[in-house]
Design a protein around this ligand. Sequence first.
Ligand code: PBG
Length: 323
Amino acid sequence: MLQRPRRNRKSEVIRQMVQETYVSAANLIFPLFIIDGENQKTEVSSMPGIFRYSVDNLLREVESCMKLGLKTFDLFPNIDEALKDTFATESYREESLYLRAIREVKKEFPEACVITDVAMDPYSSDGHDGIVDNGEILNDATLEVLGKMALAHARAGADIIAPSDMMDGRVGFIRQVLDEHGYSGVSIMSYSAKYASAFYGPFRDALNSAPKFGDKKTYQMNPANQREALIEANLDEQEGADFLMVKPALPYLDVIKLLKDNTELPIAAYNVSGEYAMIKAAIQKGWLNEQRAITEVLTSIRRAGATAILTYHAKEVLENKWL
Ligand code: PBG
């Protein structure tokens, strides 16, 4: 045999020399859940180790992440049911929990990168990402709300706006609103290929944001489709997106690779709540080795072509020095 591939695996030094893919703190984005009140820290039952923080505790959490070199955060609010309405007006009210949180984080940690989620569902009395009219999710009317929300986030200090709603034309619409108001420097990370996935369940528990009727299949993508992701990605790129995202991550590594091969923009992948819950449940049962399972997941997402990974594992992998 002339070729013996095992020679390149014969020692730790050689294995490391030929290693193709790395994950580092710089690639990781940490999603954080926010709740109202003071000195609150409540665990999400379906996501062991992940908490909802009141703004004061959020600042301490951001601080401890920054010390680990984890500097990019994606914030999500848990909104009091009484504040929800059809038009998600709480999403752009100046003194809202979410806008206060963005301002506070940027004030105390100007060097942190804050990503904000633009979608109606946490603030919608219908639990949908768009305005509901007679059971139908309206597209163009929803864009108006998303524009107000994005502008409010930019004013509060967001570095990157991440529309996660899957309405048509929202990247172009938000880009135009931001530019018209002098926020041409604020980036857009678009959830380009976001699938109607079963793996968002624990996230909806965390925010109490599940749809009150029906499902999200008229806006989120069919898990059976790959080529449709290219249509979405091309549109988002033409409309001015700075990053394209694929979500969830592990069940859609082929989609990450497809987008990577078809765009020069950086690809982000969202390793979602249900993926986290699965791993943690198996670890709690003693069925998987924690360090090896988690680092393999993150490495695989990078190998598929993701530049950045949104993951609930971000802090623990750095705290435990697993990378
Ligand atoms: C909502 C949104 C969802 C997630 C991020 N933004 C859930 C949904 O679309 O229902 C899911 C993230 C996760 O599961 O970790 N716009």
